[in-house]
Design a binder for this molecule. Structure first.
Ligand SMILES: O=C(O)CCC(=O)c1ccccc1C(=O)O
Ligand SMILES: [Mg+2]
Length: 393
């Protein structure tokens, strides 16, 4: 194994703008495109590491302009630096916590290089306990079946169960979308709610359960839209639909309110916007405000901080779901490697929110993994596994 340190020779920054296929609607409003910055690092041996910084409103992240400024500062400081391991990388970036998207992007490009220099896929590099990819098709088939039921009792990390993401849309459009997604083999659907009248959400969710049947998991995301009283009333009404969980029913900062909702309704509560740092996770634990946490590497300031938070959550008995922030292919691939490495530790056993690539009209690279039967497959390539960038605007 190549244990020589990597030496940063050049850092390139390239802004991008990727339109959504259809405007994506959440309780935050309508998103038409996704903007960010691609980070390309060349090391002394000519290898390329790729990262992506894409801040998003509502998750305590910096603005795009701030991310750009921070990345330019890093570019000027980091050329010539030697890195041998995760600890070096952690130390290099620990002062950049106030610009989580920029930190995420730089970290990911360096993780890509470190994993390549260790001749490992990133998921494996993140967790050296990981065995080589399972190669026997029979084993893979067995594991696939098990994963489709939402449990991962055997040591499989080659593919990750994912949920389909459905924006807030009309009843008819939701029904069409759900049929399409079930046809593609998804076993877990996540619907955005909380936009207008709860009556509309209720009709939509009832229709989705009727179409999907009881075997499909349905999770919903209110993106902070409800008051504590509304959340209790709405979720009580939804109990009969046997939802998997509700994400962020109330304001992110109202952890006591979220704890109250959790104690009043018979549906699992997931903290999302409420957890963008380890400190916030500790508060959620202290107040018993959630049953599980949704972790977004872009909002947490990188893969390593998310890994740390996930282990903390598991330690306290909270489930974890890794999701993207509707990013380009580079950041999605990073989140997928993280989810795979956590899945190997056998603690991550819920579908992750990583199947967001198809919401975008174009992407950062020509080819990226497509979910198959509700699973995202990892490639065996070293590092992040993205070889070729597309020419993007
Ligand atoms: O979880 C998913 O399916 C996709 C990720 C997602 O919904 C999301 C994407 C961008 C910003 C916020 C959120 C969210 O979960 O609230
Ligand atoms: Mg959410």
């Amino acid at each position: 194994m190549d244990t020589q340190p990597i030496i940063i020779r050049e850092i390139r920054l390239q802004p991008y703008c990727l339109p959504f296929r259809q405007p994506f609607q959440t309780a935050y409003g309508v998103w038409r495109d996704r903007r960010g910055i691609v980070i390309q690092i060349i090391d002394d041996r000519g290898r390329q590491g790729l990262g992506e910084a894409a801040p998003l409103t509502g998750f305590g992240m910096e603005t795009l302009a701030e991310a750009q400024t921070t990345l330019e500062q890093m570019r000027d400081l980091f050329v010539g630096i030697h890195l041998s391991n995760l600890k070096d990388l952690w130390n290099l970036l620990q002062d950049y916590c106030h610009t989580p998207a920029a930190k995420h992007g730089m970290e990911l490009a360096l993780l890509d290089l470190l994993a390549q220099s260790h001749l490992s896929p990133l998921a494996q590099y993140l967790n050296f306990e990981l065995p080589p990819f399972p190669t026997s098709p029979s084993i893979q088939e067995e594991e696939r079946k098990t994963l489709n039921r939402g449990i991962a009792p055997t040591a499989c990390w080659k593919d990750v169960p994912v949920n389909a993401t459905v924006g807030a849309m009309s009843l008819e459009a939701t029904e069409r979308k759900v049929l399409e997604l079930l046809g593609q083999g998804y076993r877990c659907l996540k619907l955005k709610v909380g936009l207008g009248d709860f009556e509309q959400d209720w009709q939509r969710l009832k229709a989705v359960r009727a179409i999907a049947g009881e075997q499909i998991q349905i999770r919903i995301d209110a993106n902070q839209a409800w008051s504590v009283e509304q959340a209790i009333a709405n979720l009580t009404r939804l109990e009969s639909l046997h939802l998997e969980y509700v994400e962020q029913p109330v304001t992110a900062t109202d952890l006591a309110g979220m704890a109250r909702v959790r104690h009043c309704v018979d549906i699992a509560i997931a903290a999302d916007e409420s957890v963008t740092s380890l400190q916030q996770l500790e508060q959620i634990i202290a107040l018993q405000a959630a049953d599980l946490v949704v972790l977004k590497p872009m909002a947490m300031g990188g893969i390593l901080a998310t890994l740390q938070a996930a282990h903390r959550a598991f330690e306290y008995g909270l489930d974890v779901v890794v999701t993207t922030t509707l990013d380009g292919a580079i950041a999605r691939q990073g989140a997928l490697h993280l989810a795979a490495s956590l899945q190997f530790s056998r603690r991550l056993n819920r579908a992750c929110g990583l199947a967001t690539g198809n919401l975008l009209e174009s992407d950062l690279c020509a080819e990226f993994p497509q979910p198959q039967s509700g699973l995202l497959l990892l490639s065996e390539t070293y590092g992040l596994g993205i070889e070729k960038l597309r020419n993007f605007p």
